[in-house]
Design a binder for this molecule. Structure first.
Ligand SMILES: Nc1ncnc2c1ncn2[C@@H]1O[C@H](COP(=O)(O)OS(=O)(=O)O)[C@@H](OP(=O)(O)O)[C@H]1O
Length: 203
């Protein structure tokens, strides 16, 4: 990574940092002033999205139900499955808060990133102490993609949406499995709302 000069902000993005036990201590050892941005979405939708991603690479994958529930009859949720475990945001945040104060974090709502990308980007710019440059006029809603896209990315004169692997249709998951997961996550979500001071309205 090149050295950051005065007036520059260096950003690094790795989704697995948030859920990796050793990451907070290592990040702190590198820079204890680091600002940390975490994008979170409803953990149930996140699990289905995760499954969709794996399924696209491995079409022979067992059903979502058989991976999410340890014992189909008892309906116990399998927290060893990474698609489930990653959504336990309160647990991951607890680990990070041993190394960084809450003021170093910005939690971005994955849902609002879709419904109001400029609004969420406004919060990101404020958090980073940047002038609000990215605004409503940079986004448009692409009907075909079903998501917001950039009107004119930096260095290009043509609009740009995220790639095919972002915003794919999800397979239909049986309602009882989704309900089981919703019930499972509820207490963890509430704890996460308390810890972060933000209600994401997932239930
Ligand atoms: N503008 C825009 N365009 C397309 N997709 C968007 C957008 N904003 C948010 N999203 C949501 O981002 C989800 C994919 O992001 P990931 O977190 O899986 O990406 S990454 O693997 O961490 O890079 C992806 O999840 P899926 O819908 O499950 O594909 C999207 O819902």
């Amino acid at each position: 990574m090149p050295r950051t000069l005065d007036g520059q902000v260096t950003m690094e993005k790795t989704p697995s940092y948030f859920v990796t036990r050793e990451a907070p201590a290592r990040v702190r050892a590198m820079n204890r002033h680091a600002k940390l941005i975490v994008v979170v979405r409803d953990p149930v939708t996140r699990a289905v999205s995760d499954y969709t991603q794996t399924l696209s690479k491995n079409p022979g994958l067992p059903t979502f139900r058989s991976l999410a529930l340890r014992n189909a009859t008892a309906g116990l949720v399998d927290t060893a499955w990474s698609a489930v475990r990653i959504g336990l945001y309160a647990k991951h945040l607890e680990n990070w808060l041993r190394h960084f104060p809450l003021s170093h974090f910005l939690f971005v709502s994955g849902e609002r990133l879709v419904s109001d990308p400029a609004g969420e980007m406004g919060r990101v710019q404020d958090f980073l102490g940047l002038k609000r440059v990215v605004s409503d006029k940079h986004f448009y809603f692409n009907q075909t993609k079903g998501f917001p896209c950039l009107k004119k990315p930096e260095g290009s004169s043509r609009p740009r949406c995220l790639g095919k692997s972002k915003g794919r249709p999800h397979p239909r998951i049986p309602a009882d499995v989704l309900q089981r997961l919703r019930d499972f996550y509820r207490p963890f979500n509430h704890r996460f709302y308390q810890m972060s001071g933000q209600d994401f309205g997932w239930d």
